[in-house]
Design a protein around this ligand. Structure first.
Ligand SMILES: *Cc1c(COP(=O)(O)O)cnc(C)c1O
Length: 400
């Protein structure tokens, strides 16, 4: 593993020196045959774990019928999935794309078009929050004001305010504001939860000023928090919502959900995607929704999450010099660290546990939603060994 590797992949990622070739549930098998416990789920994507029978069946059945038709024809599978999403949420209509970034592009275009269609094209500005992550397209970068360096001027029309600063938010609203865009729990930003009363405050503010409220539930959605979507039951529905990651269970897809009113400007010809709503993606999305959107499944997520959280609290008590704080909701949990996050990610990988770094020096635990209590206990046991190894390294003065 130490010999230099020539890669022809654009080196925009720092890849760990391990590759996986198969998996089952929360477990992955590396090319050398070693087993890893997967608490990253490919960045909160493989919601049903690896090789879930219902997903494998849905994909392989569809693969034998038709792979792709474009959006020039009717889409029965897309209609079915859109109906499931709308029946379970605030939404009336859905646009399917291929990623979170595209779901957000659609959301932002829709918010601008909404006002333009009402005769107010000057209302195009969108307010976002410090620490936000919305993806990697130019509009996403401009919205989050991050990862822009060297990519020329950002897109016009985004105003960012500090996380949790109500006064700054109100001050940022002008006659040119179209919408407010927020993640109910910041993911990449470090598992920072927006309290329900703040979501309700945002809703009231949007209603008062005629703004659209956009939620980015790309990471928080599809059962991750133990609710189908993180904002549900908090008394603050959005007008538009971006969904992706867990929705395809590992098959690439995204969705932009909206009320009929918010989507009013998006008439024929205003938006599109060649691959969006592809039958393979729709087959997977339907299978994921059938599994996840079920009270018993969501109850499982809440129960196993509570158990995991209690064990992490005990781990925090055992390693006060490593772990500063446990945060998050459901199976979107973070450990705020006192040591550099990369050290614990690597120490965990040495224990064959996969976890993910997030901003604000936080280790993210976003396992498949199907983990058992035994998987949760095993993950915490491995984190315990990783933290102990780091303590030793730091005491011995040999830490990097
Ligand atoms: C991952 C993520 C995105 C971007 O999704 P991609 O599929 O990588 O384009 C956007 N918003 C949030 C909250 C995310 O976690």
């Amino acid at each position: 593993m130490s010999k230099p590797v020539v890669s022809h992949l654009l080196p925009t990622y720092n890849r760990a020196p391990v590759a996986f070739e198969r998996g089952e549930g929360a477990w992955l098998e590396a090319t050398n045959g070693e087993r890893y416990l997967d608490f990253g789920a490919g960045v909160a994507v493989t919601s049903l774990g690896h090789a879930h029978p219902a997903l494998v069946k849905a994909l392989t059945d569809q693969a034998q019928k038709v792979w792709h038709n474009s959006n020039l024809y009717q889409s029965p599978l897309g209609e079915r999935l859109a109906a499931k999403l709308c029946d379970s949420t605030f939404a009336d209509v859905v646009f399917f794309g291929n990623s979170g970034a595209e779901a957000l592009e659609c959301a932002m275009k829709m918010a601008r078009k909404y006002h333009a269609a009402k005769g107010h094209p000057e209302r195009f500005r969108i307010i976002t929050f410090e620490g936000a992550f919305h993806g990697r397209t130019m509009a996403n970068l401009s919205a989050q004001k991050k990862y822009l360096e060297g990519f020329g001027p950002p897109l016009e029309g985004f105003d960012q305010v500090p996380f949790g600063d109500h006064k700054a938010l109100e001050a940022a609203i002008t006659p040119a504001t179209a919408a407010i865009l927020i993640e109910p729990i910041q993911g990449e930003g470090g598992i920072r939860v927006v309290p329900p009363q703040c979501l309700r405050g945002l809703r009231a503010l949007c209603d008062k000023h005629g703004l659209l409220l956009i939620y980015d539930e790309v990471q928080t959605g599809v059962g991750r928090t133990g609710r189908l979507f993180a904002h549900q039951g908090q008394g603050a529905d959005p007008d538009i919502m971006a969904v992706a990651k867990g929705l395809g269970g590992g098959f690439p897809m995204g969705a932009c959900l909206a009320t009929k009113a918010a989507a009013e400007g998006m008439v024929a010809g205003t938006h599109g995607s060649t691959f969006g709503g592809n039958p393979l993606a729709m087959a997977c999305g339907n299978a994921v929704m059938d599994e996840v959107n079920n009270p018993a499944f969501l109850e499982h997520v809440r129960k196993v999450a509570l158990n995991l959280r209690q064990k992490l609290a005990a781990l925090h008590d055992q390693h006060p010099d490593i772990i500063d704080d446990v945060r998050g909701e459901g199976l979107m949990l973070g450990l705020h660290l006192k040591v550099p996050v990369a050290e614990l990610v690597e120490a965990a990988r040495a224990q064959h546990l996969l976890v993910i770094a997030a901003g604000d020096n936080v280790v993210r635990l976003v396992p498949p939603l199907v983990i058992s209590d035994a998987d949760a206990a095993e993950a915490v046991a491995r984190l315990d060994r990783a933290a102990t190894a780091l303590e030793r390294a730091h005491q011995g003065g040999s830490a990097s």
